[in-house]
Design a protein around this ligand. Structure first.
Ligand code: NAP
Length: 280
């Protein structure tokens, strides 16, 4: 039987509507500052999307566009100013930064209470030990999708393919927090297909077209495709061979229209969370 398609676009619209309603109850609207450095076309698309999301949620937003020739110090100075501004609840530096920047130093410069991407080591540490705080946008978007579609990971075997700090690792932590048994696979995993076949819930977060084939998926598994790749025709696609896997899975996310919109929606959740913590 064909899998149920997890509609990330529709769910993201619902999440943003909820955020908008909750934000309306605040005395002062939440504010997000987005910093973009250089002229990476993909970054421009993402930043424009975030501004639009802020409008939809009734947030204040502002963009700071620095030239690709800007220095590390200029960026750190800008972050220092935004850190002190009361109208700004969240600061987001669009990644990747041009080569001359030290990304880790930049991300650490953002005050943890304004770190809406949840990249600061302080927030990553809180996530690890299960304290309340920001949740990283992509993995928390995945968890929200699972919840919405009635997939309880407790006691299930979740396999996460990819171990990046942005997706794979925090995804595994969030699933562990919900009482799943989690396997994390990566480029040195010798038996990827065998590991994937054990998954009740399979999360692909690699960035390789066609990596997850139907023979790697157990009948009835839930398949979440985080990746955003371009295939040979230049079309957006994930890591999963969608058509064939959809014949075996119980649920599957499409690309586009799956995890991507949810990542954006969870950024709005985090900005609202920051505003509330700032007493708004
Ligand atoms: P990344 O930092 O490049 O990490 C990729 C991971 O995949 C690494 O852990 C790597 O292993 C692993 N890997 C590479 N080849 C593999 C293979 N053949 N078998 C198993 N694992 C393999 O990428 P990322 O930032 O996590 O992003 C992953 C994908 O998700 C990309 O397509 C990205 O565009 C997409 N993404 C989407 C969203 C969204 O909102 N939908 C958000 C973020 C990222 P090693 O650690 O051993 O190198």
């Amino acid at each position: 039987m064909a899998a149920m398609i997890i509609d990330g676009k529709a769910l993201a619209a619902k999440v943003k509507e909820e955020v908008r309603t909750r934000a309306q109850k605040l005395a002062v609207r939440p504010g997000l500052a987005v910093i973009i450095v250089g002229d990476n076309p993909a970054s421009r698309v993402y930043v424009n999307g975030k501004k639009k999301d802020c409008e939809e949620c009734g947030f204040y937003s502002e963009e700071h566009a620095l030239p690709g020739t800007a220095s590390q110090q200029e960026l750190l100075d800008l972050i220092a100013v935004l850190n002190e501004r009361e109208d700004i609840d969240g600061i987001l530096v669009q990644l990747p930064l041009p080569g001359q920047f030290n990304e880790q130093e930049v991300l650490r410069a953002i005050r943890p209470d304004k770190d809406v991407d949840c990249f600061h080591p302080y927030n990553v540490g809180k996530l690890m030990i299960g304290e309340d705080g920001f949740l990283p946008c992509t993995p928390s978007g995945v968890m929200r999708m699972l919840e919405e579609y009635g997939v309880d990971v407790a006691g299930k075997h979740c396999v996460v393919v990819g171990r990046s700090n942005i997706v794979g690792k925090p995804q595994a932590i969030l699933m562990l927090r919900k009482h799943a048994t989690v396997t994390v696979c990566h480029s040195r995993t010798p038996d990827l297909a065998e590991q994937c076949r054990k998954a009740d819930v399979l999360v692909a977060a690699v960035g390789k077209v066609g990596l997850i084939t139907a023979d790697m998926v157990k009948d009835g598994a839930v398949v979440i495709d985080v990746a955003m790749n371009r295939n040979e025709q230049g079309k957006l696609c994930g890591d999963v061979c969608y058509e064939k896997v959809a014949q075996k899975a119980s649920h599957i996310t499409p690309v586009p229209g799956g995890v991507g919109p949810m990542t954006r929606a969870m950024l709005m959740e985090n900005t609202l969370y920051a505003a509330k913590n700032h007493g708004k």
